[in-house]
Every structure is written in structure tokens, then in C-alpha cells.
Design a protein. Structure first.
Length: 298
């Protein structure tokens, strides 16, 4: 923050100072605190992951990958060239957790799309190009849960973890809705109020709400299906990948023409990150919409 102070001296039997204290806020303060933390995102054009400091607008290219999540221990989990991998931010030396095998007949072994790491850091939920969703061990990649019965065409996508170790995911065309698992990851139960093709569901950090895309716009509801709220009311937008702020108060999402926008989770005016940081405007066509970003408090 830059502070400008102007003072006048008055003599009325004693000396007083009258000061005009004018503040020039930084972008994060002007945005009501919504622009804070670190935003990991994917450049879909070059298939590279980036790290964006929301408080300053500084953007750093990390390396090649299709998607990225930061684990509780600070490691990055990525969908890389070899499959599901673990790496540091240098993205030089990686450990392959689950190899992508293009010749496998098992959908759990090929064409990974999105991933999320469990709150305790020991498991990874992921989906594949066939929109099937699984959970594997972070230690060795062994599949420990399949979120739909083997052989069924009813599938789930974008699995995200609740704080208590359950999974929220979107259904498919054949199994529409938003679903939550039990603690054993064996049963998926529909929680939305019979919405038509909600997609890209993401559970809030405290596990009480779910953000998702419905009719190309961002909506939020309680995890029990109540309190449905349309937080983006601009029908000209084409939103994707709603992502929660670490404190659960804001939701970031990609909008028309690749804009990155942030809105209060309770609804309200949007912050266009590219308006706040004009230097990012050159990235407007490459801010990826094919993979969800990840917003952390760092």
C-alpha cells in the first residue's frame, strides 16, 4: 500500500496538526480481499501449468502438464506426459504415480483428465477421458475405489474431496445431477434438486456448498441440495470450471473469451482479473478452459 499524508500546522494558543490521510490501495484491497493467494492454472494452448500470484499479478510458467493440484505437503500433482505425476514447482524431476497406458483396456489406466488430492494427502481422485472416476493411492497408484459399478455407462466427472474424505462429482448425460459419496467411497447419492445436466461441480473448502455450471453459468447450492443460487446472472457469458477461494468466500471461473473472473460465493459483482492486471491481457486467449485451476492460500 502507498500512503500519502498532507499536514497543516495551526496555531490556536497551541500547535495542532490537521492531516489529510489519503490511501492508494493495492489491487487486492480494492477488490475487497478477493485477490489474494496463489492460483495454479493451465495454458491449454501450450499444455503448460502456471502459478499466478493474485495479490500482485505476477505469473510464472512452471512446466508442461495438462492439470495441476497442490497437495497439503506442498508437492504438485499433475496430469503430465507420463500420467499422474508428483513434482516440485520446478517440474523437472517427477515421480510417476500412475502411468498412462494407451494400450490398456482398463479405463482407469489411460487418458486422465482432472484430479484432486484428498485432505490427508494420501489418495487421488481422478477422472478419465471416458468420464469414469476413480480413487487411487498416492503412494503407489493402486486403484482403491471406482465411483460407478464396473461396466455401467453411468459415469462421473471432476471428482473433488470434502474435508471429511468423501467425494462430490458431476454425473453424465446418462446419469444427470451432482452426487456425493459415502465415507467408504462405494455409493454415490444424488444431492441436487433434479437439475438438467449440471457439470464441473466443486465442493467448498468447508464441505457445505457446491459450485457448478448450469446452462453455461455459475450456480451454488448447499451440499444437501437446498439454497440454489445463480451467482453469475450475465446470460451472455459462457462460464467454466468454478473454483473456490481458500476461505470459501469467493469463486473464480473462466468466462467468455478466456477471461478469469471472481465473484462472491453469495452473489454480487464480478472482478475481472484482466481488468485489475492489464499485463495479463496477452494471456487472454490462452488462459485455459480445458482444465480446472486450483486456488490456495499461499
Amino acid at each position: 500500500m502507498t500512503r500519502f499524508v498532507t499536514c497543516a500546522v495551526l496555531t490556536l494558543g497551541l500547535t495542532l496538526f490537521a492531516c489529510d490521510d489519503e490511501l492508494e490501495d493495492d489491487p487486492a484491497e480494492q477488490a475487497g480481499g478477493a485477490l489474494s493467494g496463489t492460483f495454479y492454472w493451465t495454458d491449454s494452448a501450450s499444455v503448460e501449468i502456471h502459478k499466478l500470484d493474485l495479490a500482485t499479478g505476477a505469473d510464472t510458467k512452471l512446466g508442461g502438464a495438462h492439470q495441476v493440484r497442490r497437495a497439503p505437503d506442498g508437492k504438485l500433482l499433475i496430469v503430465g506426459a507420463k500420467g499422474i505425476e508428483e513434482t516440485d514447482e520446478a517440474v523437472i524431476s517427477t515421480r510417476v504415480i500412475k502411468t498412462s497406458d494407451v494400450n490398456s483396456v482398463d479405463d482407469a489406466e489411460v487418458n486422465y483428465v482432472t484430479l484432486d488430492v484428498s485432505p490427508d494427502g494420501t489418495k487421488i481422485a481422478y477422472d478419465t477421458l471416458g468420464s469414469a472416476s476413480y480413487v487411487c493411492s498416492r503412494a503407489d497408484g493402486a486403484v482403491v475405489a471406482r465411483l460407478q459399478p464396473q461396466g455401467e455407462r453411468d459415469t462421473f466427472s471432476r471428482p473433488t474431496w470434502t474435508p471429511d474424505g468423501r467425494i462430490v462429482a458431476s454425473g453424465s448425460f446418462f446419469k444427470q445431477g451432482i452426487y456425493i459419496s459415502d465415507a467408504a467411497l462405494t455409493t454415490m447419492t444424488r444431492i441436487d434438486p433434479n437439475l438438467e445436466q449440471p457439470r464441473q461441480a466443486a465442493v467448498s473448502p468447508d464441505g457445505t456448498k457446491v459450485a457448478f455450471i448450469l446452462k453455461k453459468l455459475v450456480f451454488v447450492m448447499n451440499v444437501d441440495g437446498s439454497g440454489l443460487t445463480q451467482i453469475d446472472t450475465d446470460d451472455t457469458e459462457n462460464d467454466s470450471w468454478p473454483t473456490w477461494s481458500p476461505d470459501g468466500k469467493s469463486i473464480a471461473y473462466y468466462a467468455t473469451a478466456g477471461h478469469l473472473k471472481i465473484r462472491p460465493a453469495a452473489g454480487g459483482a464480478a472482478i475481472d482479473v484482466f481488468d485489475t492486471y492489464p499485463a495479463l491481457a496477452s494471456k487472454i486467449v490462452v488462459f485455459g478452459t480445458s482444465a480446472p485451476p486450483h486456488w490456495v492460500a499461499l
